[in-house]
Design a protein around this ligand. Sequence first.
Ligand code: IPM
Ligand code: MG
Length: 355
Amino acid sequence: MKICVLAGDGIGPEIVAQAIKVLDKVGEKFGRTFEYSEALIGGAAIDATGGPLPEETVEKCKAADAVLLGAVGGPQWDTLDPAIRPEKGLLGIRKALGLFANVRPATLFPQLKDACYLRPDIVEKGLDVMVVRELTGGIYFGEPRADGEKDGQRYGFNTMVYYEKEIRRIAKVAFEAARKRNGRVCSVDKANVLDVSRVWREIVIDEHKNYPDVELEHLYVDNAAMQLVRDPSQFDVIVTGNLFGDILSDEAAAITGSIGMLPSASLGASNPGIFEPIHGSAPDIAGQDKANPLATILSVAMMLRHSFDMAAEADCIENAVQATLEKGLRTGDIMAEGCKLVGCTEMGEAVLAAI
Ligand code: IPM
Ligand code: MG
């Protein structure tokens, strides 16, 4: 299996290094060989080539079976021309690989329940939400868009647009996912205000006819955001557009108490997909061996399961992560009383040992 590694910026290189060690260890155990190529993205690519997504990176990703990504961005690139910001590299590679579905599971590890921000009586009911976010359409990519001047003042606008085809294929991903989970989909939109959302809802309802065994409900995004903190146990799969999904997936992650724990997969009609932690590049702790590598390690497990059909290998990694938490090892972001504070490398080593 060929994996293209895009370490990116900030803590990206540190967390990716731990994930690769884990992958190699699992390969050794199960008799699998993983081959790696490396390519530049984000700020690292801007510094080296002048742009956030060199053509060579796109080619290397396309030649791979899966892509492992760290994180992009940092304050030193914030003031650049928006056309070449690090984030453009990430959006560009998603688009170039046709990765329209971003799958972000937010679960609460039992060992971390004290790190959860919600009241114990709420958490007790369970927290296992999968956000299925549309990733290559909506307001992120809609045209026209502008950042300019009009009538003597600055102005800017973007366009939120969805085509039936885009809505249908993401709805399908959500319904299929629900079938393998608890059989419930909540579609999130703003159909009380936005035309694009009314079309979204209409097409989701129509596509649902092919999935009569799955339960479908609809929530407006403001209500969904509120319900997610009030009672997350009511959700199984949430399907939504690019912008709402960006926001709700951070919220779903944060209520588990540990954005540093959650993996994600960006998938298209075929391989390669991109597997990456949900969190960002954390420039404040970059290069200090403090970052939590578990979200990236769990992203590798998602890669094995989704792209390579290696369920036993994926289980092995997930169990090793649980065993490591069970031992009481914690990075700073999930530290609790009575636990042992460790760095990024030590956490990675502990997972290796558990494998
Ligand atoms: C994410 C991030 C990206 C997004 C940024 C870095 C462009 O927030 O993956 O959720 O908005 O999609
Ligand atoms: Mg985000």
